[in-house]
Design a protein around this ligand. Sequence first.
Ligand SMILES: Nc1nc2c(ncn2[C@@H]2O[C@H](COP(=O)(O)OP(=O)(O)OP(=O)(O)O)[C@@H](O)[C@H]2O)c(=O)[nH]1
Ligand SMILES: [Mg+2]
Length: 315
Amino acid sequence: MSRVSNLKVKIVGVGGAGGNFISGIKERLNLLKEVESIAINTDLQDLRAAKADLKIPIGEQTTQGLGAGMNPQLGKKALLESKEKVIKVLEDSELVILIGGLGGGTGTGALPQIAKLLKTKEILTLAFVTLPFSFEGGVRKKIAKKGLKELYTWADATMVIENDKLLELSKNRREILIREAFGFSDEIVFSSLESILELLNPTGLITLSFENIREALKEAGSFFIGRAKSSGEDKIEKALKLILSSPFSPSNLKTARHILFSLASKGSITLKDIDKFTQVLVQKKLKDTKIAFSILEDPSLKKEEVRLTLLLAGF
Ligand SMILES: Nc1nc2c(ncn2[C@@H]2O[C@H](COP(=O)(O)OP(=O)(O)OP(=O)(O)O)[C@@H](O)[C@H]2O)c(=O)[nH]1
Ligand SMILES: [Mg+2]
């Protein structure tokens, strides 16, 4: 059994977007074979369509299986109606990753409540949530902001993907199909999740312990994770630059209380590379920041190529 599964990590998609994320991730990520995926929804039709190891309908009395109709109060009530069965599934976890789109009734109302249940059980809880695009209208934005505030209260660490920021990156913004726009935010959620699982990867030459991860993320409030590949001269620094150019990265590394990173290569990373990279971090005067890292070999990478995965927490 791998350490990822020993660790009892569960990934939980809440609401329509949450279920879609889980389905997409399950199709794409081999790593997800090692963690249990769960979809939770008030909407039975959506839940049926989701690809997850386990599906939990909530609030059958509250919503009649028809969804929470953009009403977070209903989403919350639905979760409270069904909280016993949700706890039962999650209580043996050591790490729970909640994902969903804020702006509707179920994700916005129920997801923070699940984080609250997990807090009472002292289970480390991360959340990846999206904020609606402006083109979805102001009401959804308002609903989402309120839910996010609540989520910050209960989850240990949250990464917020503001969908609008994804559009800022595109040149011909007005030409983008709506479907494509949601596809951008799907991509970020998938790659962020893949990155987290990479940090938990047990097969490295040097690995991060769960204690490293818990210490960094416990009650951190916010976190950011990103990754990039690079090759050639100063490849690790180049990868770092790419990651920090993400619109979701904090603008200053120094503000993070914890940095976890993982370096993967085909086997080409030298002590000199690590030394140089550590120097780069030292130059950023991160004297109050705790740093821990892992080194992995990944045969799927090209010779000379590295993949840097970087997590910043508590900024
Ligand atoms: N990236 C992405 N975002 C989505 C997707 N579906 C919905 N969203 C986003 O998630 C927000 C919430 O929508 P849903 O997840 O459908 O809402 P819900 O939580 O099921 O809530 P109710 O249907 O009102 O009970 C939307 O405003 C969108 O911004 C999807 O497939 N991909
Ligand atoms: Mg829904």
